[in-house]
Design a protein around this ligand. Structure first.
Ligand code: ADP
Ligand code: MG
Length: 744
């Protein structure tokens, strides 16, 4: 019996978890593992709490005594729940999270025993050895000092495993010169940029808003497969995706998976993940089957971007860990299986003010609608100027296999607004606001302004950046990626466009305001006229980025080229958008990334691309050399012996053999021998190309990998996949697609 059939027999289809008769209501345990503001308020003095709140809202940092008080409260809270260690929890440029645990205990000088302590200085600042994290050249290893610093806008939380608990403190990670070595600090800086720009813009409309921040809701796709299959696939283990594997005859053609009835084993897993997420205050609400077999999605309710980003990272981490408890493996790779859909991460983005109002909600009054339109046009304007940065944010080796295919948005960035909004935008652009098909109008005395239906019903699932009623949805990001960079980019480019548009409105207002108008008072008439004029110009300028049609269609690529929109399939090409002068100026102007930080990131991403492909190529070579070919040789000798027997028998004239039988068997042998030969020859060629790449500089190497290594690996794969469907099932050493995707 083959190992594969043994595994099939081991897989337990029944729901094996211990039954919980009546799970408690979520509200009774939601957030028990987070040190929330309410908890802090109860445990520290009101003066300290107020100082903390002021700091959180951008004021001065709390003093040492206040930090000590909060640290002691946090330690008491955590220790009471069984935590024995604490850790600054941060997001180095690996794309993953990092933690280094330290015990609460210290030696009591008087008794010689141990006591639990935690000080404000330990809470606020950590000093992990930064030398082994990617820095992209920001600092040399001899000046390895890096600091983690508590981010007070994201609550500390407790992680638990069966035998213990740890307190985690969300932190930023900086070099000793103050450069960001992580993904969180730029996101926080970009939220400050959007706050500055939006508050100033809203003032023009007479809105006294104290703070504006970005919000983010993340839809997370993933695959689940049985752990035993995973353990037999070196490619899944080392590269996260299958590098060989013939398609299963049935995959997603019948469209019977999406939103289908969820398998019991998967539901148990989902309940487990949700329970743990709820304890950490992660508001996961949506879960369903996705398009591909064994593909699923989780989506929490949106939150402040910084929190949403932290929570998405935590959720991904838990999804992987909890899967193992169920003998499952959660695959977060963008394209684990060819031929079926890959996994993305939709980033829903909007802006909210300090009262929690969504600024991308069409309002009830004409004034509110004017603000809504100004922000909407700012986003479109931003996408037109800097959409290539968003494309770059989605650039990775894994996502390269997904973007541009007929399952995910293409590599061409465009904005979808929907029929109703497009009509309105068109009217503003032409300066002729007339009664349209779908909306009521409000007479402002000077002009007509459309009223909106809140619920835009039309959807375009093929657009990479779509307005979906009250938020924009960016759909090009890959499932394994950290959303922080994407949000950082959207925030910065929108802040920039808001500033540009706001300035223009200000200038126009000066021209249009009647001489006798009250100083300091808003002249609504002049404001509406000025705003509509500036928006018309901004729309005209940004028009090439607007696209309502089918993004998957070939004609769009041609049309996009005419419009001058870029369409780069290569990650290394796309990443260049980060280091062109236009981008450096943008990010420096808003104090989000310095030039040094941008260049270091570019180097890190490029090097990650190259290193990951290197791992893939080596894994492919080893799997074929050590698993596929030995099995193929066995089969080859079986066929050869059979052929000899057949030839001898056919020479024996007493056996009446059908004409062509011997030829047919010869054909099988020849085909198999040819496949083996081509696989071997192409492996040698792969090796030669890898050698050739060795001395290349990073940029040249990444580009060579894209043009010469990746397609060659795909070529080898086709030969191996041809073997898979002709070799005896028993002899095939690797779990097959039909097993991994259907046996659960
Ligand atoms: P869809 O139809 O695209 O699935 P949903 O309404 O289910 O849309 O929302 C998808 C995600 O968008 C959810 O995580 C949701 O919380 C989030 N979302 C909704 N409103 C906002 C907003 N104002 N800002 C950011 N994300 C939002
Ligand atoms: Mg969605």
């Amino acid at each position: 019996m083959s190992t594969r059939s043994e595994i099939t027999q081991m897989i337990d289809f029944s729901a094996s978890r211990e039954k919980i008769e009546t799970p408690p209501p979520v509200s009774t345990y939601y957030g028990v593992n987070t040190f929330s503001e309410q908890t802090m308020r109860k445990m520290v003095s009101s003066g300290t709490f107020e100082a903390f709140k002021r700091w959180q809202e951008g004021g001065t940092v709390i003093n040492a005594a206040q930090a000590d008080e909060i640290a002691a409260a946090m330690k008491d809270w955590a220790a009471e729940r069984g935590a024995t260690t604490y850790s600054h929890w941060f997001q180095p440029m690996t794309g993953l999270t990092a933690e280094k645990h330290d015990g609460f205990i210290s030696i009591d000088k008087e008794t010689g025993g141990v006591i639990e302590t935690f000080t404000g200085s330990k809470l606020i600042l950590g000093e992990p050895d930064a030398s082994s994290f990617p820095s992209g050249g920001i600092r040399a290893t001899f000046e390895a000092r890096g600091y983690t610093a508590w981010d007070p806008s994201s609550p500390a939380f407790i992680t638990e495993v069966a035998l213990g608990k740890a307190l985690c403190i969300p932190s930023i990670f900086v070099s000793y010169t103050g450069d960001a070595l992580d993904k969180k600090l730029p996101l926080l800086r970009s939220d400050a940029a959007i706050n500055r720009a939006a508050v100033e813009l809203l003032r023009l409309f007479g809105q006294d808003v104290k703070q504006v921040y970005s919000t983010c809701g993340i839809e997370q796709e993933f695959f689940l497969i049985d752990k035993r299959w995973y353990n037999k696939r070196p490619d899944l283990m080392l590269a996260g995706c299958t590098l060989v594997g013939a398609p299963s005859p049935k995959d997603q053609q019948l469209e019977d998976q999406y939103f289908g009835s969820i398998k019991e084993r998967v539901l148990n897993y989902m309940h487990d993940v949700c329970t743990e997420a709820f304890k950490l205050g992660i508001p996961v609400t949506t879960r369903h089957n996705e398009v591909a077999p064994n593909q699923y999605e989780f989506a929490p309710i949106f939150e402040r971007s910084n929190l949403a980003a932290d929570n998405n990272l935590l959720l991904m981490d838990m999804m992987k860990k909890i899967a193992l408890r169920h003998d499952l493996v959660c695959l977060l790779h963008e394209k684990p299986f060819v031929g079926v859909n890959g996994s993305g991460k939709h980033v829903n983005w909007s802006l909210a003010d300090d009262k929690g109002n969504n600024l991308l909600n069409p309002g009830d009054t004409p004034e509110e609608n004017l603000i809504f339109l100004t922000i909407l046009v700012s986003v479109v304007h931003a996408m037109h100027r800097h959409g290539d940065l968003l494309r770059a944010a989605a650039a990775s080796l894994g996502n390269e296999r997904r973007l541009g295919a007929n399952e995910a948005p293409p590599a061409i960035m465009s904005v979808f607004l929907g029929e109703q909004l497009s009509e309105i935008i068109g009217m503003i652009e032409s300066g002729k606001i007339e009664k349209g098909k779908k909306q009521d109008f409000v007479d402002l005395g000077v002009n007509l302004l459309p009223k909106f239906m809140r619920d835009t019903t039309d959807r375009n699932r093929t657009s990479p950046f779509a307005f979906t009623g009250s938020k924009f949805e960016f759909r090009a990001l890959g499932s394994s990626m950290n959303v922080s960079t994407t949000v950082t980019i959207i925030n910065t480019m929108v802040a920039d466009s808001m500033a540009v548009i706001g300035d223009k409105i200000k200038k126009e207002l000066k021209k249009t305001s009647s001489a006798g108008a009250d100083k300091g008072k808003i002249d609504n008439k002049a404001l509406t006229v000025s705003v509509l004029k500036i928006l018309a110009a901004a729309i005209k300028e940004s028009k090439p980025i607007l696209f309502e049609g089918n993004n998957y269609c070939d004609d769009w690529a041609k049309e996009a080229e005419k419009r001058g929109l870029s369409n780069t399939h290569s990650s290394s090409e796309a990443l260049k958008a980060f280091i062109v002068p236009k981008a450096i100026e943008l990010f420096e102007r808003h104090k989000v990334y310095s030039k040094v930080e941008l260049i270091s990131r570019y180097n890190i991403w490029l090097s990650k691309y190259e290193k990951s492909l290197n791992i893939e190529a080596k894994t492919l070579a080893e799997m074929i050399g050590a698993q596929v070919l030995p099995s193929a040789y066995n089969y080859q000798s079986d066929i050869a012996s059979g052929l000899v027997v057949l030839r001898d028998l056919s020479d024996d004239m007493t056996i009446d053999m059908v004409e062509g039988a011997l030829e047919d068997r010869k054909d099988v042998f020849q085909k198999l021998t040819a496949d083996i030969f081509y696989i071997r020859r192409n492996l040698k060629e792969l090796d030669a190309r890898m050698q050739k790449a060795q001395d290349m500089a990073l940029e040249e190497k990444a580009s060579y990998f894209f043009t010469a290594i990746k397609p060659h690996m795909d070529h080898i794969r086709r030969h191996v996949d041809a073997l898979e469907v002709t070799m005896p099932d028993e002899l095939w050493p690797l779990p097959k697609y039909r097993e991994m995707l259907f046996i659960l």
